[in-house]
Write a protein that binds this ligand. Sequence first.
Ligand SMILES: [Zn+2]
Length: 237
Amino acid sequence: MSQLDCLWEYQQTELELAKLKKDMKSSAAYQKRGKLYKLLVEQQEIINGYETEIKEHTEQIASMESQLNSLLHDYDLENSELEIMQNDDESTAEELTEARKSIEKLVGRINGLNRELSKLIAWCDEISDSVTKTYAKASRAKRDYDAVRTVCDAEKDSFMPKIDALTKQLEQQEAKIPPELMNRYKSLKKNYLTPIAKVINGQCGGCYMMLSSVQEKKVAAGNQIIQCENCGRLLFM
Ligand SMILES: [Zn+2]
């Protein structure tokens, strides 16, 4: 068997293997698994986004709560001071007004903080609702994914013996081909599904270009590697 015969057989095995893998990946279960996988990744990204936002808001709430506690503490303090001043004959009306104003200011700040806190807490409630819904959606998708994966695994099990056999066959066929020729084949493979083409009726079987009679004779002689002048495929007869 010539080098080109071996290479032709190698190409046939390669095509058969590619078709088998394509058949395996085109099953309904395989396609569904791909879609569900994508959906699961999307849900996970959404949940991660929510978690980051929740963390930021939780930190904000904690900081506001500590501000609020400190204001409430000041409020208590100033209130007791006012009480003492009210019972003290030496306190002037001006001093009492000042103290009351200061307390009013504090109350204003406390109310403002309370409003912001309420808004943040409402946001958290809303977002936790979204998280729950996303989790439910993801868990349904995960259940479907697991079910379809079982089907895919069973399908794969039925394909694998043949795929393994063809892979082994490819290795054995490659061993019979000189590395230099194999490299030319693999380099052409980047552009063509079939880097080696049969000459049929004087035409390149890859691009259907007519060969010159000289070229055709060279291919027929079979003692050198001839490439199609048009597409560059290795020619074989
Ligand atoms: Zn050609």
